[in-house]
Design a protein around this ligand. Structure first.
Ligand code: ZN
Length: 305
């Protein structure tokens, strides 16, 4: 849903992109199975020891046709600040997590820095800017290709690639799960849902779209298990309650589904579909699953440290 071209309800394209890669990319299904095996082993082992903080170099590819779409460096930096709060449990709004869920809140111990060295070893600000003739982009990865009017990825074993441009169809963003093609690995976010100032527009002006999508990039699933509104889907995380469908907007506690009362859904989780001002937390189980991803598929980032 959109108002004046700006999305009003969170819509993430990660699942359809995942389905497309399953159909079209040889070896992707096997790579996903390996990722799930790694996550399963970590889950069986139990809550991880206190692990070192992993710092991830980020390059932001700004792909623009209009001056407005060419967002400022300041807006880019505002997004990085949000990530460093949300993935370190330093977000001030974490105190809005209902008391019954407070013990679940985790510090994921992941930090993000704009890259200071480009793939050729030259100094960089960590932002690329590309003029395009495309009036908008879909979830088809054209924004990730210079030949198709976008910007090519930097090596995805050394950088988290974030593309920012105008997405069509009310799409806020999408990520590629671990195990996909390196040349399309990363996260795409529409320019009105990136950072906290400039073109960022309510209700997605608090930088949480990137938090959600980078969660996917680190192998997190939607908290309701992507089975429509059923109760059989799973996010493969033990400490998140079973949940029917997605929550949207600004729910009030409790939001009960799938006999998960009295406390109900963990709708204030970054992997639900609520507004930016209504999501505040990852759980310990999610932090462990992201860590398993960094120990397996994305181990090159641990080794960079
Ligand atoms: Zn999503």
């Amino acid at each position: 849903m959109t108002r004046g071209g700006t999305p009003t309800v969170r819509t993430c394209g990660t699942s359809p992109v995942h389905e497309r890669l399953l159909r079209t990319v040889p070896g992707y299904a096997e790579a996903r199975s390996r990722s799930e095996n790694g996550a399963w082993v970590a889950r069986r082992r139990g809550v991880a020891r206190q692990v070192s903080v992993v710092r991830i170099p980020v390059v932001v590819h700004v792909v623009h046709r209009t001056a407005q779409e060419n967002i400022s460096d300041e807006q880019v930096r505002s997004q990085i600040e949000v990530l460093n709060r949300d993935f370190r449990r330093r977000n001030p709004d974490v105190d809005q997590v209902p008391e019954v869920f407070a013990d679940l809140v985790a510090d994921a111990r992941i930090e993000f820095d704009l890259a200071t060295t480009d793939p050729d070893g030259e100094p960089t600000e960590g932002v690329t800017r590309t003029r395009t003739s495309a009036s908008s982009f879909a979830d088809d990865d054209r924004i990730k290709s210079a030949a198709a009017g976008g910007a090519d990825a930097w090596p995805s074993d050394r950088y988290l690639n974030l593309w920012v441009g105008r997405l069509s169809g009310g799409l806020l963003g999408y990520a590629q799960f671990p195990g996909g093609p390196p040349e399309t690995d990363g996260v795409v976010i529409t320019f009105t849902a990136f950072g906290t100032l400039g073109t960022a527009a309510e209700p997605f002006d608090q930088g949480r779209t990137a938090t959600h999508e980078i969660g996917h990039w680190l192998n997190l699933r939607h908290i309701w298990g992507d089975d429509g509104t059923g109760c059989s889907g799973s996010d493969f995380v033990d400490d998140t309650p079973n949940q029917g469908g997605e929550n949207t907007g600004r729910p009030t506690f409790p939001s009960v589904s799938c006999d998960n009362g009295p406390h109900g859904d963990l709708y204030m989780n970054y992997m639900d579909y609520v507004d930016d001002v209504a999501m505040f937390m990852f759980t310990s189980g999610q932090a462990q699953r992201m860590r398993a991803c960094l120990d397996n598929d994305r181990s090159s980032f641990v080794e960079l440290a």
